[in-house]
Design a protein around this ligand. Sequence first.
Ligand SMILES: [Ca+2]
Ligand SMILES: [Ca+2]
Ligand SMILES: [Ca+2]
Length: 227
Amino acid sequence: MHNRKIALGAFAAMSLAAASSAHAAAFTDEAAWRAAVGNVYALETWDTGTTPVFSDVGAVANLGIRFLPFDDGTLPTVQPYQFTGGVPRSGPNNLLNDRDYSLPARGPINVVPLSGADFLFGLGMWNVGGDDQLSLTFYDGGGAVIETVTSAISSGFFGIVNSSGAVRAQVNFVEGNGYAPTDDWQTAARGTFDPGPGIPEPATWAMMIIGFGAAGSMIRRRKAVVA
Ligand SMILES: [Ca+2]
Ligand SMILES: [Ca+2]
Ligand SMILES: [Ca+2]
C-alpha cells in the first residue's frame, strides 16, 4: 500500500514536470530566471547615468531592446524612485510606464529586439511599486501570443522565459493604479536559444523524485527495524 502511494506520487510529479518544463515558465526567483536563460543576459539598473533622470527611454543598447511609444507618442521614463511612488531596488532610479501623474496612466510597455536578427527569449524585472501586479506576454512575428504569464505577487522579481523567442514583448500592469515603477530590467535577446546546463530535464526531475522516494522508504524501513 505504502509503495503504491509513493509510485503514484512520483508519477504525478513526473507528469507535472513534463507538462511545465517543455519550453516556458514564469519566474519569481531572479537566480532561477538567470539560470533558465543560461546565465547569458543583460542587466539595466537605470542608475548608471547613461539615461538621464526624467528622460524618455527608446533604444537601450545594453539590453538589446527598444521601447515602443505609447499611443500618445510618449515613452517610459527614468525617474527617481521617490517620484514614482516606488521603493528602491537598486540605486536611486527606476523605470516608470509614464511621464507624469497629472495625465492618465499610459498602460502597457511594449519592447522589441534592437536587431532584426535577434529574438527575445527571456525578460525579467523587479516590480517596485507595491500594488500593480505584472503580466508578461511574448508575441511572434504574426502578432500571435506565444505565451502570457501573470504574477501572483505585487512586489518583487517577475520574469518569463520561452525558447520560441519573441519579436515583441509586452509588460502590462494589472490590479493596481496602472502606474508601475520597475527596476533591474534583464533580457536574453539573441539569435538562438541556448539554455544553460543548470536546468534539469523532465527525465532528470523524475529520477530525482524517484530517488527521494526510495531514500524516504529506506529511512522508514530502517526506523521500522530499530523499533
Ligand atoms: Ca535602479
Ligand atoms: Ca500620466
Ligand atoms: Ca502602481
